[in-house]
Design a protein around this ligand. Structure first.
Ligand code: ATP
Ligand code: MG
Length: 279
């Protein structure tokens, strides 16, 4: 596969990237501050480096993706730059420039109105060979080589429910609920949610917030399952890996479910597949 193809899933909790060399991710966190040595020089830390700055007084921590959509275009572009630089600076990419890259990114179904400004900003900042945006849940089906299905993609800020029938999107809904509903209830710091070990301690707060999230998702998902009973139900997103969450969503209607292969990266991998078709 062409080394310059990129699937880019910029999520509320983390950025997931897929290339022909493999996948990587980093938290969707930016820290900005002023250097104390060189006056007025701005320091921008991204991802895991930004995490380390949480308790540095001179640095302000921001999470620029809210419910799957950008809250600050500058910060959003810094997340994209971090991903692209990681690829360009890797040992597999010798003399690769932004202008060589073919990027397919994803957005939640309800964030359609952001597509124009995201495309404009990315093209102006990086001038890639190609930059496209697709619905992220559709990418999971593409990754699994399924033409049809109901995707329930449980992310950090959103849960995407999408029915694809005869290769066309028949229904799409973005719920404003995701794993963040649980981490907000159990985490004591702004960035503790990046540690997946937090789901292992089954405290009453965890059990209760998981039950509420599961009920919210079941409620919306079962209506779609009733309308499209012949479609496979595919769970994806980091939420599919939260212990007991999928089993608590299942009920008399939501019965035969499958978990996507590599559920955290299934969107990014599907986007990578789509990028291949764009050259
Ligand atoms: N093993 C795991 N690997 C990754 N994430 C996990 C795992 N187990 C639980 N999670 C949780 O799933 C959450 C959602 O992950 P995901 O990466 O799909 O969301 P996102 O893309 O950042 O958010 P959104 O799609 O809502 O914008 C993570 O923030 C994490 O708390
Ligand atoms: Mg996501």
């Amino acid at each position: 596969m062409n080394k310059n193809l990129i699937g880019l899933d910029i999520g509320t909790g983390s950025v997931k990237v897929a290339t022909s060399s493999g996948t990587f991710s980093f938290p969707s966190i930016i820290a900005r501050g002023k250097s104390i040595d060189i006056e007025a020089k701005e320091i921008v830390l991204v991802g895991n480096d930004a995490l380390k700055a949480e308790y540095v007084k001179s640095m302000a921590i921001r999470t620029p993706v809210y419910r799957g959509a950008p809250t600050s275009m500058d910060d959003y572009l810094d997340l994209i730059r971090h991903a692209l630089d990681h690829i360009i600076n890797s040992k597999d990419a010798i003399s690769v420039h932004y202008s060589d890259l073919v990027i397919m990114a994803g957005i939640p179904y309800n964030a359609k109105e952001h597509v124009g400004k995201i495309k404009e900003a990315v093209i102006e900042s990086f001038g890639p060979k190609f930059f496209g945006v697709m619905f992220q849940a559709k990418a999971t089906l593409d990754h699994m080589a399924l033409q049809d299905g109901i995707v329930c993609h449980i992310g950090h800020g959103t849960t995407e429910i999408m029915a694809v029938s005869h290769g066309k999107i028949a229904y799409g809904q973005t719920l404003m609920h995701g794993v963040g509903d649980i981490t907000n209830a159990i985490c004591s710091s702004k960035t503790q949610y990046v540690d997946n070990e937090i789901f292992l301690k089954n405290t009453p707060e965890l059990a209760n917030s998981r039950k509420i999230l599961a009920a919210n998702i079941s409620d919306s998902l079962e209506k779609v399952v009733i309308d499209y009973p012949h479609l496979k139900i595919v769970f994806a997103g980091g939420g599919a890996l939260v212990p007991r969450l999928v089993s608590e969503i299942k009920n008399g209607i939501i019965k035969d479910v499958i978990i996507a292969e590599n559920p955290v990266f299934s969107n990014a991998l599907g986007m990578l597949k789509r990028a291949e078709k764009c050259i």
